[in-house]
Design a binder for this molecule. Structure first.
Ligand code: PMV
Length: 323
């Protein structure tokens, strides 16, 4: 019984994935693009064991009930199909996300699971193949296989829906500051939220157009280290994603009262000459994109308005590693 441990970092989407085209294969409606972050990661160890009668999943030292580990077993089933492995597995996973940071761990978790399970089953898969496997657990996990700036190419089938590194070693002196406003679990899951946006928002066709344009414009901006263009695109893209929640039927929002106050703070910082831009995922917490030279000013301002322990500084992070 070989135990394999993999480490994967989470990522923040700069051009968001918001809608599935195929819920079984987890094919997205559009491509997306993210930055892998150094601060938040998951370590997952997998070993197949013939004494088990079902998969045994322990997350942060808590053993999951079988009903709660369905998504994990789904990924393990795919690995078993591909490898011929017939045994159930022990999965032990630790999320290294600052406590109650309220930051999604599904991206790092499913990327680490895909890597560890694939190796433990004796598969020698490329990172592209691992991204394809991670996708089946959580869409955003597709991108966490690679470091730095990563595109998830929507593709048209299982084989073509994979992550593509845009730039793994990032030398650009930029930072992503997480502002944690509410550490609790989101009320509307990303899966539910996406589905309602796709099926009920009249703006959904426009969103697909927006994503195509944003991807075409942000990629050269990143490679040219054009901070203003990159920032303007990621901020507008996030707000347009959130416009899909407001325009769904029934309408809903991931924002809370403090979200709007924090957005106003970022705008005020910008008006005072400190260039910074915000983005938000399926929750109320902001991530503020800034240049290293302005990091002190940004964190000081956010910590004075909120509190220092709500402010976490992240930088570009690496792709999957085996420990
Ligand atoms: O794949 P999920 O369920 O983690 O959904 C990700 C959704 C967003 O974080 C809002 C956008 C994204 O591209 O990561």
């Amino acid at each position: 019984m070989t135990a394999v441990t993999a480490r994967a970092h989470t990522n923040i989407a700069l051009v968001k994935y918001w809608g599935k085209a195929d819920t079984e294969l987890m094919l997205p409606q559009t491509s997306s693009l993210s930055l892998t972050l150094d601060q938040f990661y998951t370590d997952t160890t997998v070993s197949f064991d013939d004494s088990l009668t079902s998969d045994d999943v322990v997350i942060n030292d808590q053993r999951l009930a079988p009903a709660a580990s369905v998504k994990v077993s789904h990924v393990l089933d795919l690995v078993r199909q591909q490898s011929g492995e017939t045994r159930f597995a022990h999965v032990a996973s630790m999320n290294h996300v600052p406590t109650s940071a309220g930051l999604a761990s599904s991206a790092s978790a499913f990327a680490a699971l895909a890597g560890a399970a694939s190796r433990a089953a004796g598969l020698n898969q490329s990172r592209t193949e691992l991204s394809r496997l991670a996708r089946r657990g959580s869409g955003s996990a597709t991108r966490s296989i690679f470091g730095g700036f990563v595109k998830w190419q929507a593709g048209t089938d299982d084989a073509s829906s994979v992550a593509i590194p845009i730039q793994e070693d990032v030398t650009w002196p930029i930072a992503m500051v997480a502002l944690v406003l509410d550490p609790h679990h989101k009320k509307v899951s990303s899966t539910q939220g996406m589905q309602s946006s796709v099926t009920t928002s009249p703006y959904y066709p426009a969103w697909k157009q927006v994503v195509a344009e944003d991807l075409a414009a942000i990629t050269p901006a990143i490679l040219a280290q054009d901070f203003t263009t990159t920032g303007e695109i990621l901020e507008a893209n996030a707000m347009r994603m959130h416009a899909l929640t407001l325009s769904a039927n029934p309408p809903y929002s991931y924002f809370n009262g403090e979200t709007l106050a924090a957005i106003a703070t970022v705008q005020a910082l910008r008006d005072s000459g400190i260039a910074c831009y915000y983005t938000l995922d399926a929750g109320p917490n902001l991530k503020v994109f800034c240049q290293e030279k302005d990091l002190g000013a940004v964190t000081t301002r956010l910590a004075s308005q909120f509190s220092a322990d709500q402010v976490i500084v992240a930088h570009p992070g690496p792709g999957i590693a085996f420990l």
